[in-house]
Design a protein around this ligand. Structure first.
Ligand SMILES: [Ca+2]
Ligand SMILES: [Ca+2]
Length: 497
């Protein structure tokens, strides 16, 4: 019996952040404007691992021939050493400001050399005056991701369904279209050993196609209220909610909803009703996945991902109007990429309809980040681009990054009428949106990394460039990027190299 599908539309979420200003000294224009009220900021020290706007491109050239595992150790050590050295020089002053009530919630970072804190206008002035400080970015407020009155009691009322996983007798069309089963069957590669981070919201971890591949942090004992591995996060066993400083990532917002976003994305990468590829609905059915929630605390989320050994980092969201704060996101992700993480984001759904945005802001943060983020558009089963799929180019003219026009999207996968799981984990829905194109890419990259775990993010990009099939206008185009990617050709190229 074929699963019955209901059609859903536009699952790409958008964080409607307010304008975010930054203040900078030392050669970067000062555009910061701060309110009288207390606010949360992230502070950059003058010294950064990638010191300039073009440092990422130079550094990936310098790292040619390195192995990903060795590079991660080397770069993380360098980032942490720099952070320790810079932070030590301001620590006493910060403690003093804290005791005066001008600064609170100081969190040291290493993925960027700096720290986050909340501060009063007076605290702002004191930190701005510090010799070590280069830049202060206002951080967006965490965005609520939880529904109301939907606690565990409610979850318990959801009826058990009579859905039979054996209904997935042949793989969903998108999995076959992207040629994943050929990789599993011909090469015996299913994603083993690869960890995918799904940075999203809307997770329910115990549903069948996701539970078997859920990551576990072996250093942590779940649910004992103790930070067993002493990484600063209590009970971070499967993932973490960084905005709420909580290990509770199950999101009880099921009522009246026909999909939950994070689950859709995770299932596209690793979903399987078996423990192998036999009843797979995801592209890398023996890879692992871990959920993270962080609408504001991106630094902690990426640091955590790196420390847990993550390989890909999928971001099916899109943030408009970040202003100078785009600079912060880009630097964090560039430095994360040097730690061996492949960052991936769907292109967005802003080319038509009520959410229309003009080029060059149709693709937004983080899919607009050059090189270090694979910005992925999509097509349907007919190979045609749906009208909603965001187009490039994008523009970089922040005070810091001045690339001007940048070619985007990078690649194309699948984004229309894709079979998706419902909140109980049944493959009963269909969804459209570039929230799904990114996870398709994360699945493909997982298979590539299972074939060769030492591939660097920019080597993966090169192989994708080599194997993508040109579609749309001949050559690179602003709708499909460098073309349609399929898992078989990409993995075959990895194995041949
Ligand atoms: Ca912990
Ligand atoms: Ca614990």
């Amino acid at each position: 019996m074929k699963p019955r599908f209901r059609l859903l539309f536009f699952v790409f979420c958008s964080f409607p952040f307010l304008r975010v200003f930054s203040h900078v000294s030392e050669g970067i224009a000062s555009t910061y404007a701060y309110a009288d009220s207390t606010q949360t900021v992230v502070v950059w020290f003058k010294k950064q691992y990638l010191p300039d706007a073009d440092s990422y491109v130079k550094q990936i050239a310098a790292f040619k021939g390195k192995k990903r595992s060795a590079l991660r150790i080397e770069v993380v050590a360098a980032l942490k050493a720099m952070s320790a050295s810079s932070f030590a020089r301001v620590e006493a002053k910060l403690k003093e400001l804290e005791s005066e009530g001008l600064v609170a919630n100081v969190k040291q970072h290493w993925i960027i050399n700096g720290f986050s804190c909340t501060l009063t206008p007076e605290g702002f002035k004191a930190i701005e005056a510090l010799e070590e400080v280069a830049t202060i970015f206002k951080k967006p407020k965490p965005r609520a991701t939880r529904g109301k009155n939907m606690g565990p009691e409610y979850l318990a009322t959801i009826p058990i369904t009579d859905f039979d996983p054996k209904e997935v007798e042949s793989y969903p069309w998108n999995i076959k279209n992207i040629r994943a089963p050929e990789v599993w069957n011909e090469f015996g590669i299913t994603g083993k050993g690869v960890l995918n981070i799904v940075h999203d919201s809307g997770f329910k971890l115990d549903v069948p196609p996701l539970a078997s591949n859920l990551f576990t942090n072996e250093g942590e004992i779940p649910g004992n209220g103790i930070d067993d591995d002493q990484n600063g996060y209590i009970d971070d066993y499967h993932g973490y909610h960084f905005d709420e400083a909580s290990a509770n990532i199950n999101e009880p917002i099921i009522r009246r909803r026909t999909n939950i976003h994070g689950n859709l994305c995770a299932a596209m990468i690793v979903g399987t009703y078996a423990t192998d590829s036999k009843q797979a609905i995801g592209i890398a059915p023996e890879a692992k996945w871990a959920p993270v929630l962080a609408t504001s605390n991106i630094e902690e989320a990426i640091e955590w991902a790196i420390e847990q050994g993550a390989d890909t980092y999928s971001m099916s969201f899109s943030q408009p109007n970040l202003g100078e704060y785009r600079t912060h996101w880009r630097k964090v992700i560039e430095q994360g990429s040097l730690c061996g993480i492949v960052f991936i984001s769907g292109a967005g759904n802003f080319a038509s309809g009520a959410n229309y945005a003009p080029v060059p802001v149709q693709m937004r943060n983080p899919e607009d980040i050059p090189l270090a983020v694979l910005g992925v558009a999509g097509v349907g089963e007919d190979g045609q681009r749906p009208k909603f799929s965001s187009q490039g180019p994008v523009e970089w003219n922040t005070s810091y990054y001045k690339d001007g026009q940048v070619d985007k999207p990078d690649f194309t996968t699948i984004n229309a009428k894709v079979p998706c799981i419902d909140p109980e984990g049944r493959l009963l829905n269909m969804a459209s949106g570039n929230s799904l194109s990114g996870p398709h890419m994360a699945g493909i990259v997982s298979l590539m990394l299972a074939a060769d775990p030492e591939l660097l993010p920019w080597e993966i990009r090169d192989i994708l460039l080599k194997t993508a099939k040109d579609i749309g206008t001949p050559g690179f185009d602003y709708q499909s990027g460098h073309g349609f990617v399929n898992a078989y050709d990409a993995v075959k190229e990895v194995l041949e190299e």
